[in-house]
Design a protein around this ligand. Structure first.
Ligand SMILES: *Cc1c(COP(=O)(O)O)cnc(C)c1O
Length: 403
């Protein structure tokens, strides 16, 4: 392929060269087991602790509050299942939202099958969770609230600090899935008043299969993997030393470049959004324009099948997504779009473009041109569009952004 434009950074990001370079010695000469007593093993142990110290600092936590896991899904599973299990004697009610990642939703579903009650909160048309709704959902039996920091499909950034103020007042454990937010926007566990926070390295230019869970000191959350004494006996198993080292370096890079990246990505993202809404008729933006992840642009195109659009964009060398990781053309429309009130027909024409540090203005121009061309080709073949066109006499290529 002569040209590839990667705009699926919410699915995963390229591993930074500095990260790979830092990881390699731990596959090669520094392969020692961190639990060993000899100095050679200590080298690995020290590297892990260095990563832990940096990651703790990056969210305003203490090193002993950071637990390494095998990624975002594991962190979410641990946070939710272990809290439910340990607080089961106090109550059986969990509050979450309708727009969470499946790692949270399916874990809650599992809890429901095991005697817990789960409230799935509605969100507004921009995907915003209203703190008053959280407050109203709280019962005497509520033991956990889990609300994501930012949504992976529509990019909406949630009012976590306001929800945290509530949960801490009610003494309820508060977990946030910050997998999309960590490394993209500043996060501080004390300002946000969260008790648990999940993150995943491959979403911020680190390696796949490694992440962390922050657990506030004093919250006696039971172990997730039983066995050895690793991670303060909470997550057994010989540590993924290269992965953890790589995540530490990725975390440092992400925070050192955050302000600059954020400004640049917001500029490019807004240029992308304006261009698409201007150039492509019957297009609309999903999610909140202002309270939005820097690199996220999520659209719906009427009279377009999102799956077909993705295939055409792929042929033009563009990697994009329909929103969630499911790619089959027959897949259910996104639960997130449904929750923000997008009708099923329209939700089928979803396209998510997520920018990265390497995205350029030229990339955006090329992508907008290809979206315009492919959307128009797909509509040519759509009888529903022809009918709509006949009734509304929309001149080709001159439609307006729909609200
Ligand atoms: C990617 C993602 C996850 C899952 O993380 P993995 O490391 O791939 O398991 C969970 N939550 C959100 C919001 C995500 O974007």
């Amino acid at each position: 392929m002569e040209r590839m434009i990667y705009l699926d950074n919410a699915a995963t990001t390229p591993t930074a060269p500095e990260v790979i370079e830092a990881m390699l010695p731990y596959y090669e000469e520094r392969f020692g087991n961190p639990s060993a007593v000899y100095e050679f093993g200590n080298k690995s142990k020290n590297a892990i602790e260095e990563a832990r110290n940096y990651i703790a600092e990056s969210v305003g936590a203490k090193p002993q509050e950071i637990y390494f896991t095998a990624g975002g899904s594991e962190s979410d599973n641990w946070a939710i299942k272990a809290t439910a299990e340990s607080l089961g004697h106090r109550g059986n009610h969990v509050i979450t939202t309708k727009i969470e990642h499946h790692a949270v939703l399916k874990t809650c579903d599992y809890l429901e099958h095991n005697g817990y009650e789960v409230t799935y909160l509605d969100v507004d048309q921009n995907g915003m969770v209203r703190p008053e709704m959280v407050k109203r959902a709280i019962r005497p039996t509520t033991i956990l609230v889990s609300v994501m920091t930012a949504n992976n499909e529509i990019g909406t950034i949630e009012p976590i600090a306001r929800i945290g103020a509530l949960t801490s007042r009610f003494g309820i454990c508060f977990h946030t899935d910050a997998v999309q937010a960590y490394g993209q926007i500043p996060l501080n566990v004390n300002a946000l008043r969260v008790d648990m926070l999940s993150a995943s390295a491959h979403k911020f230019n680190g390696p796949k299969g490694v992440g962390f869970l922050y657990i506030r000191e004093g919250k006696n959350i039971p172990p997730f993997v039983h066995g050895g004494d690793q991670e303060r006996k909470n997550r057994a198993g010989t540590e993924n030393v290269p992965g953890i080292v790589g995540m530490g370096v990725a975390a440092r890079l992400a925070h050192e470049t955050m302000a600059e990246r954020e400004e640049r990505e917001i500029r490019l993202r807004d240029y992308l959004i304006y261009s698409v809404l201007k150039e492509v008729p019957l297009a609309r933006l999903n999610g909140d324009w202002k309270k939005r992840l820097p690199g996220n642009a999520d659209f719906c195109f009427d009279f377009v099948d999102g799956g077909s659009l993705l295939v055409m964009l792929d042929m033009d060398g563009i990697c994009a997504s329909a929103g969630s990781a499911c790619t089959s053309g027959q897949s259910e429309p996104s639960h997130v779009l449904k929750a923000i009130g997008v009708e099923e027909e329209r939700a089928r024409g979803a396209l998510r473009l997520t920018l990265g540090a390497n995205t350029t203005r030229e990339d955006i121009d090329y992508v907008v041109e290809k979206i315009k061309k492919n959307v128009s080709e797909l509509r040519e073949k759509s009888t529903a569009y022809q009918e709509y066109n006949d009734t509304h006499r929309v001149q080709k290529g001159r439609g307006k952004a729909w609200k």
